[in-house]
Design a protein around this ligand. Structure first.
Ligand code: DC
Length: 218
């Protein structure tokens, strides 16, 4: 079974994706962390992110690995554990930039199809539209930008005491704009997706709604 979860930053994809994977005993694959690993490799190699050919070439050969349970997923890049590093601000921004490059997307989509072929809960921006258009269930999670920024801000504060809500909101708004307007595989709602607006809902409430759909359909 493939469950696709797409949606903008801060919409709850990772929390809910983990919960669903655990409840259904499926692999959990966070595709955002793959674009983040490419972003880190781009920075480490001092490549110009505008050099599409060089970044595509890097994405095709990059040695990355996702491993572990849904709750303790680790991301490895060339044998180095980069799980924490890829959450830094510079990587967040760079991942949104390198993910606009068609060659980078092709390389990641091929890996994602391979990783998910035995069934998975997979989250990202284009899972229900491009990676697995025949997914068994497609969710599109959303919430108003202010609330998404507030959720993300609480996480940001844990690692950066100088973070401000205004700054987090500005970053989320900029990233959403880039992710929804890029020409290759922009974030959009698949025709057959179940849209859940989590504004004002608790995590548990969203989880229960998602599980209802899973049980109704399977
Ligand atoms: O889900 P995330 O915030 O960790 O993703 C980081 C960036 O990667 C996001 O700004 C857009 C890109 N991304 C993508 O283009 N397609 C995906 N399937 C997942 C992420």
């Amino acid at each position: 079974m493939i469950i696709a979860i797409d949606g903008p930053a801060g919409s709850g994809k990772s929390t809910l994706g983990r919960m669903l994977a655990r409840a259904l005993n499926l692999l959990y694959i966070d595709t955002g962390s793959m674009y983040r690993a490419v972003a880190l490799a781009t920075i480490d190699a001092a490549l110009d992110p505008a050099d599409n050919d060089a970044v595509t070439d890097l994405a095709q050969r990059v040695d990355m690995d996702l491993e572990g349970d849904p709750d303790s997923l680790r991301v490895w890049l060339a044998g180095r554990d980069v799980t924490e590093r890829i959450r830094d601000d510079d990587i967040t921004e760079m991942s949104s930039i390198v993910s606009t490059i068609p060659g980078v997307r092709r390389a990641m989509v091929a890996r994602q199809r391979e990783l998910g072929k035995r069934g998975a809960v997979m989250n990202g921006r284009d899972i229900g539209t491009v990676v697995f258009p025949d997914a068994d269930i497609k969710f599109f999670l959303d919430a108003v930008a202010d609330e998404r920024a507030e959720r993300r801000f609480k996480e940001d504060l844990l690692v950066n005491p100088e973070a401000t809500l205004a700054q987090t909101l500005a970053e989320i708004t900029e990233r959403d704009l880039r992710d929804t307007t890029r020409s290759d595989s922009p974030l959009k709602i698949a025709e057959d997706a179940i849209v859940i607006d989590s504004t004002g809902l608790s995590i548990q409430e969203v989880f229960e709604r998602m599980m209802e759909h899973v049980h109704r359909n399977h």
